[in-house]
Design a protein around this ligand. Structure first.
Ligand SMILES: Cc1cc2nc3c(=O)[nH]c(=O)nc-3n(C[C@H](O)[C@H](O)[C@H](O)COP(=O)(O)OP(=O)(O)OC[C@H]3O[C@@H](n4cnc5c(N)ncnc54)[C@H](O)[C@@H]3O)c2cc1C
Length: 414
C-alpha cells in the first residue's frame, strides 16, 4: 500500500518516539515505523513471574527540571526519586559513587589529550587515577585497552552518565516512559506501525522522498521529511539507489548478556546500580530493581540484572557459556568473590537476554571513518539523523531532528 505523510520516523526507541512526538505536536502528519513488535528499542521493561525488570539498569540521566517535568507530563504521573547514586565495588565492599567520581579534582600530572580514552582521562583526571581506577573498569566493559578506546567514549561516560545525588525514574520501569510516549503520539493522531521494518530508503538528486517498509504493513510511504532514529549503517545499506562505496568501515560490536537472577528473599543490596571492576566477576554492572521502584518486584522477592559485557565470540570466557552456566557463574560471584550472599543456590535464572550487537566500538584512530556514513546521510535533503548514547541524549536528538525536519515539511508545503 502506498501512503503519504509529512514526516516518517524510522525506529521507535527513545530517539524515534521523541522525534515523532515533537513532530506530531508541531502539527505534522507523522508515520513512525518500528521493526520489532513493541516500542522502546533498548529501553524496554519485561514482565514475568509477577516481576517487572528493565533491559539492563536504565537510569534516565535527566539534566534539567524541565526534562523531568516533560517526562511527568508524558507519563501523566510523578517520577520516583531514587535516593541512591550509582555505586561501585572496592575490595568486595559496595561504596556510593561511580569509579570516575572518586577523583579528588586535582590533576598535577596531566597529559595532553590525544583522541584516545587514555589521553582523555590522562588530561582530565591524570594518569595515576586513570591507571589505578578507570582502566580496570572501562577495559572490562569495552574489552579494549584505554589507548584504543576513543576519547569520545570516555567523555560520554564521564559527563552524560552522571547522577551524583540520585535520579528520577518512571514508576514501573523505563519502558513505561516509552509506552507513554507511544500513547501520546497515537493520541495526537500519529500513525505508529509496529513490526514494520524500513527496507529501503528512496532518494533522488540529493533528496529523500520515500521509504519502503516490509513486515506487517508492507508498502511505500512518501514524505517531505524522514527522521532516522536507527543506526546510520542500516540506512546506508538500505539506500536506493545504492550509497557510494566505502562509507561503512568494519565496526566492532560489543556484546552484552543480561542475566536476570531471582530469589525469594529481601534485597541483596541497598543500591540501584553497581559498577564492578573485578575481572573475576562475570558482570561489570548489576541492577537490583526493588531499589529502583519497590513496586516492580513483589515483597519477599528480589530480581537482579547482571550486565555481562563481552566480545560475543566463541572464545569469550563468559559469553561462550550456555545460559544456565552463565547464570550460575553470575550467582556464584555474588558469594565469591563479592561476599554479598551466603547461599548463591538461592538464586535461579529468571531470564537471560543476549544482545550480540549491543553497541558499536570504534577505535580512537578510526573515528573519522565512522563519521562517513552519518556525513553522507546528512548531506541528503529531507533526511535528519537522531541517535543518542543515553536515554536523555536520544530524546534530545529526536526532538532536535524533528525541529530540523519542520523546515523540510514547510518547504514541501510551499
Ligand atoms: C544494557 C544497557 C544498559 C543501558 N543503560 C543505560 C542507562 O542506564 N542510562 C541511559 O541513559 N542509557 C542506557 N543505555 C543506552 C540506551 O539504551 C540507548 O542510548 C538508547 O536506547 C538509544 O536510543 P535510540 O532511540 O537511539 O536507539 P534504540 O533504543 O536502539 O532504538 C532503535 C529502534 O530502531 C528499531 N529499528 C532498527 N532497525 C529498524 C528498521 N530497519 N526499521 C524500523 N525500525 C528499526 C529497533 O527495533 C529499535 O526499536 C543502555 C544500553 C544498554 C544496552
Amino acid at each position: 500500500m502506498d501512503s503519504r505523510c509529512d514526516v516518517i520516523v524510522l525506529g521507535a526507541g527513545p530517539a524515534g518516539l521523541a522525534a515523532a512526538l515533537r513532530a506530531v505536536r508541531s502539527g505534522a502528519s507523522v508515520t513512525l515505523v518500528e521493526a520489532s513488535d513493541a516500542v522502546g528499542g533498548l529501553c524496554r521493561t519485561f514482565e514475568s513471574d509477577g516481576c517487572r525488570y528493565d533491559m539492563g539498569g536504565h537510569i534516565p540521566f535527566f539534566r534539567t527540571d524541565e526534562r523531568v517535568g516533560w517526562a511527568e507530563d508524558v507519563l501523566g504521573d510523578d517520577l520516583i526519586w531514587v535516593d541512591r547514586p550509582v555505586a561501585r565495588v572496592v575490595g568486595g565492599a559496595i561504596r556510593p559513587g561511580r569509579y570516575i567520581d572518586q577523583h579528588p579534582g586535582l590533576v598535577p600530572d596531566a597529559i595532553a589529550p590525544d583522541g584516545t580514552a587514555a589521553g582523555e582521562f590522562g588530561a582530565t583526571v591524570g594518569p595515576a587515577f586513570r591507571d589505578r581506577t578507570m582502566r580496570r573498569y572501562l577495559e572490562k566493559v569495552d574489552g579494549w585497552p584505554l589507548e584504543v578506546i576513543s576519547a569520545d567514549r570516555a567523555v560520554k561516560l564521564r559527563d552524560e552518565q552522571r547522577a551524583p545525588e540520585g535520579f528520577w525514574f518512571p514508576p514501573g520501569g523505563i519502558g513505561s516512559l516509552m509506552t507513554a510516549m507511544e500513547q501520546a503520539v497515537r493520541d495526537e493522531g500519529g500513525d505508529v506501525r509496529l513490526s514494520t521494518p524500513m527496507t529501503s530508503l528512496h532518494h533522488r538528486d540529493g533528496r529523500v522522498s520515500a521509504v519502503e517498509v516490509g513486515g506487517a504493513n508492507p508498502g511505500v510511504i512518501h514524505a517531505d521529511a524522514i527522521i532516522s532514529a536507527i543506526s546510520p549503517g542500516l540506512v546506508v545499506r538500505a539506500a536506493a539507489p545504492s550509497a557510494p562505496e566505502g562509507l561503512l568501515p568494519p565496526i566492532t560490536m560489543r556484546a552484552v548478556a543480561l542475566v536476570y537472577l531471582i530469589a525469594e528473599r529481601e534485597a541483596v543490596t541497598e543500591e540501584a546500580w553497581i559498577q564492578v571492576d573485578d575481572p573475576r566477576v562475570p558482570f561489570s554492572r548489576i541492577a537490583e530493581f526493588v531499589n529502583w521502584d519497590p513496586g516492580m518486584v513483589p515483597a519477599g522477592r528480589t530480581v537482579l540484572c547482571a550486565e555481562v559485557y563481552g566480545s560475543g565470540a566463541d572464545d569469550d570466557p563468559w559469553w561462550s557459556l550456555d545460559d544456565d552456566a552463565l547464570a550460575r557463574a553470575a550467582a556464584d560471584a555474588l558469594a565469591d568473590p563479592l561476599g554479598w550472599v551466603d547461599d548463591p543456590s538461592a538464586f535461579r535464572a529468571l531470564r537471560v537476554v543476549r544482545m550480540p550487537r549491543a553497541y558499536p566500538l570504534v577505535e580512537a584512530w578510526r573515528m573519522r571513518e565512522a563519521m562517513l556514513a552519518p556525513t553522507w546521510l546528512s548531506s541528503l535533503d529531507g533526511l535528519e539523523l537522531a541517535r543518542g548514547g543515553t536515554v536523555v541524549t536520544a530524546i534530545e536528538a529526536g526532538e532536535s531532528a524533528a525541529d530540523r525536519a519542520g523546515g523540510a515539511v514547510m518547504a514541501g508545503a510551499a
